[in-house]
Design a protein around this ligand. Structure first.
Ligand code: ZN
Length: 331
């Protein structure tokens, strides 16, 4: 099985495209969004530009698996280093504040020998600037090895006083979600420090009732589409609910958060509620890391694309850098 986020065994393909209002940008003018789960390493500069144009001002990139298993510790190390280094720089070149969560994903926890080595590496990255949680961790196939490393990382989160971003399994979701929460409680985690991701209508009530944060991934071709998200917010209210795209290397939509906000506007959800589920709740949850300062993205970020990261630039030969006027002034 291929656990790209865009796959859910019980999900029935809905009518694609038609759900997305063509003129959605007209409904969200001036609104600001925070996507708390998106894998930018897999996305293009066009995506960054479109996200900035749609009002996304900040994002969280969870560490996850890359579509095929890594074969050694060095590739994990380079990947984590890129999340706090090059990818953060790339994001800044489009005016988007980039945060990440660091963790060993459930899929690769099943290579136990390598996973043990990764566990020793994690503390070297968990305490770095801009790391807002341990994630995404949890269950995939719900194996004994996954449980072992999930528990070990819950302990690391407690030790580091960081929020936890839980990936719930796409198969046996209800059971996997309940089990993930029970184990987190068993380890003494405050549910207010735990963000349970990839919820659906079957899991949301229990997650909220137990005091956890409930994140929802908007998949472009499955039934947890925008309309369903509107209904969830209508039914449960906006408290402790957040929307994300989980866009990665699979079929996914990096504009899922602003598009969902547009649909909520059209369906009459209040502006306050929309702001909570597409911006503020994610900030409140992950700011418990002490690593998010809203002032960093409260006003448009100055962009100077002539900047370099370790001597490397996003520009290709002959391209003119974008330099915001005020950034020229301080040069
Ligand atoms: Zn993910």
């Amino acid at each position: 099985m291929n656990p790209s986020h865009a796959q859910d065994e019980h999900e029935v393909p809905a009518q694609p495209v038609a759900e997305t209002p063509v003129d959605y940008m007209a409904h969200i003018k001036g609104m600001r969004f925070f996507d708390p789960h998106i894998h930018m390493t897999s996305r293009t500069t066009d995506d960054y530009q479109a996200m900035a144009d749609a009002g996304i001002v900040a994002l969280i990139e969870p560490a996850f698996w890359l579509g095929q298993p890594r074969t050694g510790l060095a590739t994990f190390k380079d990947y984590y280093a890129s999340l706090v280094g090059w990818e953060r720089f790339r994001s800044s070149q489009f005016g988007i504040k980039h945060y990440c969560t660091i963790g060993l994903n459930s899929r690769e926890a099943n290579n136990e020998a390598l996973a043990e080595e990764v566990m020793e590496l994690l503390p070297l990255f968990a305490y770095k600037e801009g790391v807002v949680g341990i994630g995404e961790i949890g269950f995939d196939d719900q194996t004994a090895a996954e449980e072992k490393f999930y528990r070990a990382q819950l302990e690391l989160a407690k030790e580091a006083n960081l929020p936890v971003q839980i990936h719930t399994p796409h198969r046996n979701k209800k059971e996997g979600t309940e089990r993930s929460m029970a184990i987190a409680l068993e380890h003494g985690l405050d549910p207010g420090m735990v963000i349970v991701d990839h919820n659906n209508e079957e899991t949301v009530k229990s997650v909220l009732d137990r005091g956890f944060w409930a994140a929802f991934t908007i998949y472009p071709f499955t039934k947890m589409g925008n309309e369903r998200m509107v209904e969830v917010v209508r039914q449960y209210g906006p408290g402790r609910i957040m929307v994300n795209s989980a866009a990665d290397w699979g079929i996914s939509d990096p504009l899922a958060v602003p598009k969902t906000a547009a649909l909520m506007v059209m369906r009459g959800i209040s502006p306050d509620a929309i702001r909570l589920v597409t911006y503020q709740n994610a900030i409140d949850a992950f700011a418990q890391s002490g690593q998010i300062n809203e002032a960093d993205f409260a006003t448009p970020m100055l962009i100077d694309q002539s900047e370099k990261f370790n001597g490397n630039t996003i520009l290709r030969g002959g391209q003119q850098p974008r330099r915001d006027a005020s950034s020229l002034l301080i040069k």
